[in-house]
Design a protein. Structure first.
Length: 154
């Protein structure tokens, strides 16, 4: 952990962002907004969703692979820290939302409909991706037919 912090501080110094971070940490409004963004990430369970996506990618990558390959990825993901993802996402939310908007998002996601959205969104995303894949295949098939009709593809 200490090594990770030292590397992070060194990278901030090298990139010139240490002063910006220090300034933000001394601004109570920025600290409060950051805390609310973290709360939003907790309410929406961003870390679990991120881990689910990574685990699904690993399942796909492991298809037809050796047990050693599968074990490597299982062991590697056991070391993954979802908080790293949250720390990367916070500045994105800081740029795109005001503090008041963050508070409104928290209120929405803590409401019954917001909780339902959190619960069903992974399934909606999977079904939407499948629909998008089917749509893409149909578009390619139509394009290929049109190319054949116009003599571009034999």
């Amino acid at each position: 952990m200490k090594t990770r912090i030292i590397i992070w501080v060194a990278s901030l110094v090298l990139t010139g962002t240490l002063n910006v971070v220090a300034e933000e940490m001394s601004d109570p409004a920025a600290v409060s907004k950051r805390a609310d963004i973290k709360r939003l990430m907790e309410v929406t369970d961003v870390s679990s969703l991120g881990m689910q996506i990574m685990n699904q990618m690993i399942v796909t990558m492991n298809q037809g692979r050796s047990e050693a390959h599968k074990k490597f990825w299982t062991d590697y993901m056991a070391e993954a820290d979802p908080n790293d993802l949250i720390e990367m996402i916070i500045p994105i939310y800081e740029r795109h939302f005001t503090h008041e908007e963050i508070k409104q998002l928290i209120a929405f996601y803590e409401s019954p409909i917001g909780k339902k959205l959190i619960k069903v969104q992974p399934q909606i995303m999977m079904e939407s991706m499948a629909a998008g894949e089917e749509w893409g295949k149909k578009l390619v098939q139509k394009a290929m037919e049109k190319l054949r009709e116009e003599g571009y593809h034999k």
